[in-house]
Design a protein around this ligand. Structure first.
Ligand code: 5GP
Length: 391
């Protein structure tokens, strides 16, 4: 293959390396959707041992290893499969550890992990599930350079009764001896084609009354207009997940757009997820630049790094490359994510300072220019890339 030489001055980094070095904040990551291929293979092997057979799961292996483009409905089938592999407390502990380590290795300094507590007869209660996740979080924070907090997820596909029980469980952690301060909010997720979000408003009101912050998947599919209006008009949302069809040219009232802008409600931006599930036709057609141009707070996130084969560094890279962001824009995105966390202000101050310190060390190191072999100088490092990358 023909290769070209691109020269990057010492001290400077290409965009992807730069994004890997950013001190990142991840605010939209579902635990089960974040499992790496390695973790899934470990779980499959454990399951095969438990069941004493290989055949039942080999088709599942194929689905996971090849999956790069999946409709939203297909994704929900993948989640069901993953849930069948994570039906023991041992598996929950393992996946939580692995996911936190992988985010830390990717340069994530603060992670707000979200997961749906599960009650599996004879195997675990919702409380045991949450205790196990929190214990694993504490252990990983001792050894990895990362701060982790939890959001418990309400799955709209599981019904209102299940949501009330999740909320009453969450309340037990507000004043918990060991885990106090670790559970910082409630997420509402699950298949947007199931149930009606408006039915969950009383639960969301109660959650807010208890002091929980709310991150809600909103306007993820086109048919969600009315429920989105209802939830937004009640002033219940602290952060919006996806918000793919929120803009007024998508059938939503201009009032909502104005309200979101006026109240600075941050939007969690999941580029790969939206393109891979085909809710957005291409990166270029994503809603990111519309909100970004309005200087609205946005948090670049992965959603399901395992299911969508991505990392947070990769999401920053795609964002910066597609929308031609400057170094200053990229730094602002990192800092907006800090402000959008559900941390109390004292913890947020610490995180902000840490992110600012790390960003200042990176300032000026993003290589933006393009050089040819004619500009070869002794003080440069050589990087090989394909002609396509240079075009
Ligand atoms: P878990 O809560 O089991 O740790 O993570 C998987 C769950 O997160 C899924 O079953 C689903 O409820 C939720 N989830 C993951 N990705 C998405 C997404 O893109 N949209 C929505 N609405 N829910 C999601």
């Amino acid at each position: 293959m023909c290769t070209w030489h691109r020269l990057i001055p010492k001290e400077q980094m290409d965009l992807l390396t730069y994004c890997r070095n950013l001190p990142k904040v991840e605010l939209h990551a579902h635990l089960t959707g974040s499992l790496s291929d390695d973790t899934v293979l470990q779980l499959l092997e454990a399951k095969e041992k438990e069941l004493g057979s290989k055949n039942s799961l080999c088709s599942a292996k194929i689905t996971i290893s090849k999956g790069h483009q999946r409709s939203l409905d297909e994704c929900f089938r993948v989640f069901e499969l993953l849930h069948s592999l994570t039906d023991s407390l041992e598996a929950i502990r393992k996946i939580t550890q692995n996911v936190i380590q992988e985010f830390a290795e990717d340069g994530v300094r603060y992670l707000e992990l979200r997961t749906t507590p599960k009650n599996i007869l004879g195997k675990m209660t919702k409380k045991e599930y949450v205790d196990t996740v929190l214990e694993a979080m504490i252990n990983e924070m001792k050894t990895c350079r990362i701060m982790v907090r939890l959001l418990v997820s309400v799955d709209r596909g599981r019904g209102v009764e299940d949501a009330w029980s999740t909320l009453s469980l969450a309340k037990q952690y507000l004043d918990h001896d060991v885990f106090k301060g670790l559970l910082v909010g409630i997420d509402v997720s699950g298949n947007p084609n199931k149930g009606n979000l408006a039915d969950y408003i009383p639960i969301l009101k109660e959650a807010k009354k208890c002091g929980f912050k709310l991150a809600v998947h909103l306007a993820e599919v086109k048919s969600c207009v009315e429920e989105t209006d209802a939830v937004l008009q009640n002033g219940l949302v602290d952060r919006i997940g996806h918000g793919t069809y929120l803009l007024d040219n998508n059938g939503y009232g201009i009032n909502n757009q104005d309200m979101i802008l006026k109240h600075h409600i941050p939007i969690e931006i999941c580029l790969s997820s939206n393109v891979k599930t085909e809710s957005v036709s291409s990166f270029e057609d994503h809603h990111f630049p519309v909100w970004h141009a309005l200087k609205h707070p946005l948090a670049v996130s992965t959603d399901d790094k395992g299911v969508f084969s991505t990392t947070l560094s990769n999401e920053y890279y795609i964002c910066a490359k597609t929308f031609n962001l400057s170094e200053k824009d990229i730094h602002e995105l990192c800092l907006h994510a800090v402000e959008a966390t559900f941390l109390p202000s004292s913890d947020k101050d610490i995180l902000r300072q840490m992110v600012k310190d790390d960003l200042s060390k990176l300032m000026g190191k993003l290589f933006l220019g393009r050089m040819t072999t004619n500009t070869l100088k002794p003080s440069t490092v050589l990087e090989i890339c394909t002609p396509k990358e240079l075009s």
